[in-house]
Design a protein around this ligand. Structure first.
Ligand SMILES: C[S@@+](CC[C@H](N)C(=O)[O-])C[C@H]1O[C@@H](n2cnc3c(N)ncnc32)[C@H](O)[C@@H]1O
Ligand SMILES: [Zn+2]
Length: 294
């Protein structure tokens, strides 16, 4: 990987710029983070080693990878890629290189495919991608599969380890987000794409899981209330399509969502023994740009 992969990431200790070397990532004050064999770096610092890994569990990540690999959410990924490609045709990056960040990247599917699409559509290699997630297993799977981007284990709740105004395109897909923090890292003309479930998302599965059916329509408004002090809403669209899922895809979908954890044992058994289910997606895609001077 060449210099074009330089990233505006900052040191979790002193917030100075980090330089990505062969074996380690360092800051001018010599805070050093080893690059793991798979190519990712761990910037998540805890005062005490927890026995439990934070973020999504390995089982959830493996189920998600299997489900995504089967292509069921490829239309969502393609839609996001098209949005970013349209954007890069009309805007210019804040630096020489487009800096793309996936905040809560999981096992890397969306950023991995986006980087591949951007590189395939342009002769110039002017795209630099970085995925961050607190789940180390997710970041490890991402790094192993998608060398087109950099991957970091990091907590994005209080701070995101990017320099101010350095990110041109940010993705936040089914992940927790903190608008003021995202606003700080976004370039003035940057693009923030958010994906969240809409009111009709996977209702058949939610019903059979007998999990509390939350009012997701209301959730979109709650999300906008948090975002709009910092961002302008450019577009809100939904992506809806049917899926007829058989096993094991159905079980993978169930395991990769929080639904599984909210279900009773009876519901878990019943879904495991369901051979096929007709479902509908309802992805809400929010397109936002940062407000200036907030
Ligand atoms: C539902 S998953 C979505 C993953 C990925 N964007 C996708 O759609 O495939 C939510 C992700 O957010 C991560 N996450 C949760 N809290 C986080 C935090 N404080 N900092 C970074 N990542 C976090 C989880 O580990 C998990 O991978
Ligand atoms: Zn430092």
């Amino acid at each position: 990987m060449g210099d074009n992969m330089d990233l505006p990431i900052i040191c979790p200790v002193c917030r100075a710029p980090l330089t990505w070397g062969e074996r380690r990532v360092t800051c001018p004050a010599d805070h050093t983070f080893d690059i793991a064999r798979e190519g990712y770096v761990n910037l998540y610092r805890t005062s005490r080693r927890r026995s439990n890994q934070p973020g999504d569990t390995r089982d959830m990540l493996l189920a998600r990878r299997a489900f995504l690999d089967a292509g069921w959410y490829a239309p969502l990924s393609d839609r996001l890629n098209a949005c970013v490609q349209d954007f890069t045709q009309v805007e210019a990056p804040a630096s020489d290189t487009w800096q793309v960040a996936d905040i809560g990247c999981g096992e890397g599917y969306y950023l991995g495919r986006l980087m591949q699409a951007l590189r395939a559509s342009s002769k110039e290699d002017r795209y630099s991608g970085c995925g961050m997630d607190i789940a180390r297993d997710g970041v490890r799977y991402a790094a192993r599969r998608y060398p087109e981007a950099r991957w970091c284990v990091a907590n994005v709740a209080q701070d995101i380890l990017f320099a101010d105004g350095s990110v041109d395109v940010a993705l936040s897909i089914f992940a927790p987000r903190f608008s003021a923090v995202i606003h700080r890292i976004m370039a003035r003309h940057g693009l923030l794409l958010i994906v969240m479930p809409g009111p009709a998302h996977l209702t058949a599965l939610r019903d059979q899981a007998m999990a509390d059916v939350r009012d997701t329509g209301h959730k979109v408004q709650q999300e906008l209330d948090k975002l709009l002090p910092h961002f302008n809403l450019v577009d809100q669209s939904s992506l809806t399509y049917p899926m007829t899922l058989k096993q094991p895809d159905l079980q993978h979908l169930y395991l990769m969502t929080p639904l599984y954890w909210r279900s009773t044992r009876e519901a878990r058994e019943s879904i495991k023994n369901t051979p096929t289910m007709d479902l509908t997606t309802d992805f809400i895609i929010l397109t936002l740009t940062p407000k200036i001077n907030t």
